[in-house]
Write a protein that binds this ligand. Structure first.
Ligand SMILES: [Zn+2]
Ligand SMILES: [Zn+2]
Length: 217
């Protein structure tokens, strides 16, 4: 089980990356990504801190911690340069903050993010079929989330992604200890979105392969 979307106090989460890693380890996760919110104001310091933390995380613990970021509320034209910069500095998991219906995200963000070098489009809201097809073409994961508010369009995302064969991922988008749910609770979020246990198993296999690949990059 994996979760590739979590926030530490390097942005608006309440825990240090170390405590996040330990809490996910105890819940039985095999890999996580720390993906704090960034834009041009904080990308240098946040990327440096997360990359350093992940490099220092001891390999002997049975949880891999991948360095990530979430490009959040950035003007759509900035997805490309910011993702390019993060990649160059050692970031392995790039999440883009999609057009959730519960926040005023700039229209066109889903599309611009899918055209950039990102890995996951988080909470993409009422994403269009055209954008779903672009995600499929580019191999970008569309997120099913346990986060309240953002999760209100999970069924739409799951149904359209399945129709077009786009990749899906289940994430926690955790900010504090109560968001670090058990693996079974995360599976239930998938079931509520209309996925079968078999489909959820296949999603985790696919995400596992992505993690293997990105660790070697
Ligand atoms: Zn946040
Ligand atoms: Zn987030």
């Amino acid at each position: 089980m994996y979760n590739l979307h979590s926030h530490s106090f390097l942005s608006d989460g309440v825990l240090l990356p170390s405590e996040i890693a330990v809490r996910y380890l105890v819940k039985g996760y095999k890999a996580i990504a720390i993906t704090d919110h960034v834009d041009y104001s904080n990308i240098d310091t946040t990327v440096a801190a997360i990359v350093k933390f992940c490099r220092k995380w001891p390999k002997k613990y049975p949880i891999a911690v991948l360095p990530g970021i979430e490009l959040t509320h950035v003007p759509p034209e900035q997805f490309k340069p910011l993702s390019k910069y993060a990649r160059k500095k050692g970031i392995k998991v790039i999440v883009a903050h999609g057009e959730t219906i519960v926040e005023p995200v700039i229209k066109g963000s889903n599309r611009a993010a899918l055209e950039a070098d990102i890995d996951i489009l988080a909470h993409p809201g009422l994403i269009s079929d055209k954008e779903i097809m672009l995600a499929k073409k580019r191999g970008i994961f569309l997120e099913i989330t346990s986060r309240r508010g953002h999760s209100s369009t999970n069924r739409h995302v799951a149904e359209r992604a399945k129709k077009f064969g786009a990749r899906l991922i289940l994430n926690n988008d955790s900010h504090d200890p109560k968001d670090i749910i058990s693996t079974e609770e995360l599976i239930k979020v998938g079931i509520k979105a209309g996925l079968s246990r078999k489909e959820i198993k296949d999603i985790f296999t696919d995400v596992g392969n992505f993690i293997k690949k990105s660790k070697g990059r």
